[in-house]
Design a protein around this ligand. Structure first.
Ligand SMILES: Cc1cc2nc3c(=O)[nH]c(=O)nc-3n(C[C@H](O)[C@H](O)[C@H](O)COP(=O)(O)O)c2cc1C
Length: 354
């Protein structure tokens, strides 16, 4: 099972490349388009999507997780589930849908999922993990297959587990340097990412190693990549602290100043992009998805400028897109917000007076 995997998209990325982490209820088609407009990573992931859900009557509830538009590419579909035959079917479908790869989640620490032996619990079930990977590879054909995992369940078993995964013919392996028991606590162990690179080199397999955990800035991106030799660095929660983080990485890689700290970004830009986020959220989901699901993003934008607290308070009291958009627009009476173009993502150009 160590034959050369199809590297596909993973083989074309610059090194070190940046990746937006899969985040449930966050990194849907809307959020990915916002990130594309704000400053994109080299690679996007979907939220994790249940293969059981996709193959059963629950399908209508989960299929939206695999919705995407061309500007979100390159895009990896992340899936999970413990039935090899469903992984095979879903991998074939993901390929048909036009994704750039499929990733198996072997790290989610949610208790009820772990109790069922799924995701992070697979670290203790290597035989099943190998079957799931093999079935996914069969269904995926020439589409690259990757895994995102942690370093152990209650204690680190990084060497054994990562070594095992590196023998499975994966195009890429993302290592989040925490155990399942740690959830999001403590610090991510980047020594485990460096170990993954060493093991990969010793085994002489072409699997790309992606490191993940606690990276929040362009400088940390560079430091973690240099320290570990990882091919790519994945960032999750860092986007909430600085939604422009991938732009700052691109600026740094282009030899420019890694750009502004979030505090130095103009309020017009922050409010402008929140407006854009709301517009495409409304356009994409219509009345099917509540405005309230957007409120968790308010402090991603409405922070670190005078009046931010009051504006945030206003938005939190709104009950629909229209009233929230009006509140944002009123903050910028020149109509900057209403000039945002939801129909043409990527053309969110602030006016020249901005
Ligand atoms: C809200 C939220 C949802 C997440 N959903 C997923 C998911 O669907 N799939 C996955 O592999 N990891 C998921 N994660 C874990 C992240 O992908 C990432 O591994 C973790 O947050 C550590 O990276 P960070 O410190 O850069 O955030 C989620 C994390 C958060 C905060």
């Amino acid at each position: 099972m160590t034959e050369s995997p199809a590297a596909g998209i993973w083989g074309t990325l610059p090194r070190p490349f940046s990746v937006l982490a899969p985040m449930e209820d966050v990194t849907d088609t809307v959020f990915r388009r916002v990130i594309r407009a704000v400053g994109a990573p080299d690679l996007f992931f979907t939220e994790f999507t249940s293969t059981d859900g996709l193959c059963t009557a629950g399908r209508p509830r989960v299929i939206d997780r695999l919705r995407f538009t061309p500007e979100e590419r390159p895009l990896i579909a992340q899936v999970w589930g413990n039935h090899p035959e469903r992984c095979l079917r879903v991998a074939a479908e993901v390929r048909e849908m036009g994704f750039d790869g499929i990733d198996l989640n072997m790290g989610c620490p949610v208790r009820k999922i772990i109790k069922r032996g799924e995701c992070g619990a697979l670290i203790d079930s290597p035989t099943l993990a190998a079957e799931l990977i093999a079935a996914t590879r069969e269904g995926a054909g020439d589409l690259p297959v990757s895994v995102k995992t942690r370093i152990g369940i209650s204690r680190s078993r990084a060497e054994e587990w990562i070594g095992f995964l590196l023998g499975r013919g994966l195009a890429a392996l993302t290592v989040h340097g925490r155990t399942v028991a740690q959830q999001s606590e403590g610090h991510a162990d980047w020594g485990a990412v460096a170990l993954a690179v060493k093991l990969r080199d010793a085994l002489d397999v072409p699997t790309r190693i992606v490191g993940n955990g606690d990276v929040k800035s362009a400088v940390q991106f560079r430091e973690r990549a240099e320290e570990t030799g990882a091919d790519g660095i994945m960032i999750g929660r860092g986007v909430f602290e600085n939604i422009f983080v991938f732009k700052t990485i691109r600026d740094m890689q282009a030899g420019n100043n890694p750009g502004a700290d979030f505090a130095l970004i103009s309020p017009r830009e922050k409010i402008g992009f929140f407006t854009y986020h709301m517009l495409i959220h409304r356009e994409t989901w219509g009345p099917g998805r509540s405005f309230h699901s957007l409120k968790k993003f308010a402090k991603t934008y409405l922070r670190a400028f005078e009046g931010a607290g009051a504006l945030m308070d206003q938005v939190m009291h709104c009950s629909n897109h229209d009233s929230a958009l009006a509140a944002l627009d009123a903050w910028m009476p020149d109509g900057y917000g209403s000039r945002m173009n939801a129909a043409a993502p990527g053309t969110v150009t602030p006016s020249s007076d901005g």
